[in-house]
Design a binder for this molecule. Structure first.
Ligand SMILES: Cc1cc2nc3c(=O)[nH]c(=O)nc-3n(C[C@H](O)[C@H](O)[C@H](O)COP(=O)(O)O)c2cc1C
Ligand code: SF4
Ligand code: SF4
Ligand code: SF4
Ligand code: FES
Length: 618
């Protein structure tokens, strides 16, 4: 890889790559994100490459092993360009058909098309799929078109042009002003104005300053940051380079959790390639600006995503947060030097703002929250995956227009946003605009972007206990309110779920939550009660049903429910009996069956297999 000595060199290279790629008639983008790899996309890629060779198409068709396209449940995903044909659930058996029918003859293979679960319609093009249609993928969209391990791909789509713009004469104060005008707020959870942090770090005393990219992402179910770093690492590097130039930093770290092997592998490859090309390291593009990045792997503790705990972990110390009120990371962070820490998605937004301008960017979103946000949309929705939406979109649009609503048409009960630090928003508030401030107002938060859709069959007390239990296990134990508070909350919630709760305990739970919010040392403990507080605020009747009536209205809490068979509906087909792992069902063929309560372990298998809705929960 030839070292680029100037900005002009980079522009020449870009033109040469674009020219070289014109030789290809078609591009096949096969998803190589973690989700699609789990479906076997790596061996599919090897087989496809081989098949292209056998058909003498290797120099006409370019196979790009890309990053995540967001719609992981449909994986392995393949997009054939320039048409934009979207094939889902592709296997090795389909390869010859794709080559002979679609690539050679231009025919569409019906069986590989995505079928809209709402209308039953088969959709040919990616742009027409409802899951993608309502999104605005300004940050995540590039993932599906480039090979993250090939720097040339990133350069071909305009990569590193924002860095060139900056190095070509933008003053650091001008850049800070651009970021300020754009309205960019940190995507790691708190929504802190990015420009303000950059300015404080730039103004902090000392010549040695550090930059950190936070890719810890410990929220259960969230994988936006992983997919972004894994699928488009140069976008993150470019954002960090611009930040370093602005702040006056020489060294940066990407902190990636250990469980993200492809994210750190691809980030490592990207760093090496950028270094070789003179886009990272000494005298970048011959401009005299120097900055280098290293990768640090985190052990996988949720608390290590918190900025001060992350800094401690980076230094090789125990990942425990410290009090932020008296000492700010921007002034004294890593090895007590000024340190600017931003989330992966925040860094990824920077080149986009510089390239398109603050005015363009600030037109997307709401008054207080600009741009887009990537969410991981999961739970009781037909279409799950990573979605990038403009700030201000309603929860309803996300859940119905993109997510397609609930799979069985059941009623939505709540949307949980913000991961373990967030709260549950009732379905009556589906029309609120999704932005930093509105979510906080209703008792939840944006967090890093987890979004779980819950339907009528979800017990809100059980949900609160799930998050409390997670946080209890993840609390570092340094301060008492969080360490002991979470333990007590877990005990009380367990009592309620097991039918041993009382009305006094509900009050105690509420009081405990307020104390923890006030008295905990770091954000983990301060936000930990949100799931309890929001469920108490919007679903108090469910708590009361558990403690007063000793019932779980959603039919989830095992100690408060009983399975039985409605003799009138039962056809005696025997499916439940065959599937009961505890041999707790009796009955003769074509005669109503019966559940033996003493043997029943309430696993729910009988209900799942009964086609006649004869198994009921009471
Ligand atoms: C318990 C806890 C966990 C956190 N985990 C993450 C994380 O995984 N990724 C992240 O970017 N920020 C996380 N944060 C927020 C960081 O402390 C910090 O605010 C953020 O990384 C700053 O970047 P931003 O300004 O770009 O959002 C966490 C905060 C807390 C309290
Ligand atoms: S609030 Fe919890 S995680 Fe934070 S310092 Fe205290 S014990 Fe540790
Ligand atoms: S599966 Fe349903 S219909 Fe069949 S025997 Fe069991 S309860 Fe009756
Ligand atoms: S709930 Fe599970 S254990 Fe109980 S009867 Fe049904 S299948 Fe058997
Ligand atoms: S991993 Fe392939 S679409 Fe997400």
């Amino acid at each position: 890889m030839k070292r680029l000595e100037s900005i002009d060199d980079l522009e020449k290279l870009r033109k040469a790559i674009i020219e070289k790629n014109k030789a290809y008639i078609k591009t096949v983008a096969l998803c190589g994100g973690t989700g699609c790899r789990a479906y076997g996309s790596e061996s599919l890629k090897n087989a496809f490459e081989q098949a292209l060779k056998e058909h003498n198409l290797s120099d006409k068709v370019r196979l790009v092993f890309s990053g995540c396209h967001g719609f992981c449940e449909q994986g392995p995903i393949m997009i054939i360009r320039p048409e934009g044909i979207f094939y889902s659930k592709v296997t090795e058996d389909h390869i010859d058909l794709i080559i002979t029918e679609t690539l050679i003859k231009g025919n569409i293979i019906d069986s590989l098309l995505y079928e809209d679960p709402t209308t039953g319609e088969k959709i040919v093009y990616e742009k027409d799929i409802p899951f993608y249609k309502a999104q605005n993928r300004i940050v995540f969209g590039q993932n599906g078109s480039i090979d993250p391990t090939n720097i040339e791909d990133y350069i071909a789509i305009g990569g590193y042009s924002a860095l060139c713009k900056v190095l070509n004469g933008m003053d650091p104060t001008e850049i800070i002003n651009e970021i300020k005008e754009s309205g960019l707020r940190g995507r790691g959870g708190g929504g802190f104005p990015t420009w303000q942090k950059w300015e404080s770090c730039r103004n902090a005393n000392g010549n040695l300053k550090y930059l950190v990219c936070n890719c810890d992402e410990g929220d259960p179910g969230a994988y936006m940051d992983r997919s972004l770093l894994e699928g488009n690492p140069h976008l993150v590097l470019e954002g960090m380079l611009i930040g370093a130039y602005t702040i006056g930093s020489q060294e940066g770290y990407i902190y990636v959790r250990h469980e993200y092997p492809w994210a750190w592998a691809n980030a490592g490859i990207a760093i090496n390639q950028a270094r070789e090309m003179g886009l990272l390291g000494e005298n970048i593009l011959g401009t005299g600006f120097s900055f280098d990045i290293d990768i640090a792997r985190g052990g996988g503790a949720f608390v290590c995503g918190e900025s001060t705990a992350l800094v401690a972990s980076l230094e090789g110390r125990m990942g425990e947060p410290r009090d932020k009120q008296h000492l700010h990371t921007v002034e004294s962070g890593l090895w007590e030097k000024p340190t600017n820490l931003n989330n992966v998605e925040t860094w990824a937004n920077v080149p986009i703002i510089i390239n398109n301008g603050a005015e363009w960017y600030s037109k997307i979103g709401t008054e207080g929250s600009k741009g887009t946000k990537i969410f991981s949309l999961v739970g009781k929705v037909k279409n799950t995956g990573l979605v990038e939406v403009p700030m201000g979109i309603s929860l309803r649009e996300i859940v119905y227009d993109i997510g397609g609503g609930t799979p069985n048409g059941t009623k939505i009960k709540a949307i949980q946003t913000g991961g373990p630090s967030g709260g549950c928003i009732p379905s009556s508030m589906l029309d609120i605009p999704v932005d930093f401030d509105e979510l906080t107002k209703v008792g939840s938060m944006m967090g890093s972007g987890g979004m779980i859709v819950m339907d009528e069959k979800t017990c809100m007390v059980d949900v609160a206990r799930y998050f409390v239990k997670f946080l209890k296990d993840e609390s570092c134990g340094k301060c008492l309110p969080c360490r002991e508070g979470l333990k007590r909350m877990d005990e009380i919630l367990t009592d309620i779920i097991e039918g041993n709760g009382s009305e006094e305990q509900i009050e105690l739970l509420h009081e405990l939550a307020l104390v923890m919010k006030d008295a905990s040392l770091c954000g983990l403990g301060k936000t930990a009660p949100n799931s309890v507080l929001s469920t108490l605020q919007y679903f108090r009747d469910e708590y009361e049903a558990h403690v007063i009536d000793k019932k779980c209205p959603a039919g989830v809490c095992k100690d408060l429910i009983t399975y039985s068979i409605n003799a009138d509906a039962c056809t005696g087909c025997g499916a439940c009996k065959r599937n009961c792992p505890y041999e707790a069902i009796e009955g003769e063929r074509r005669k109503p069956h019966v559940i033996i309560l003493d043997l029943c372990q309430k696993c729910g298998s009988c209900m799942d297999v009964c086609k006649f809705n004869a198994v009921v929960i009471s």
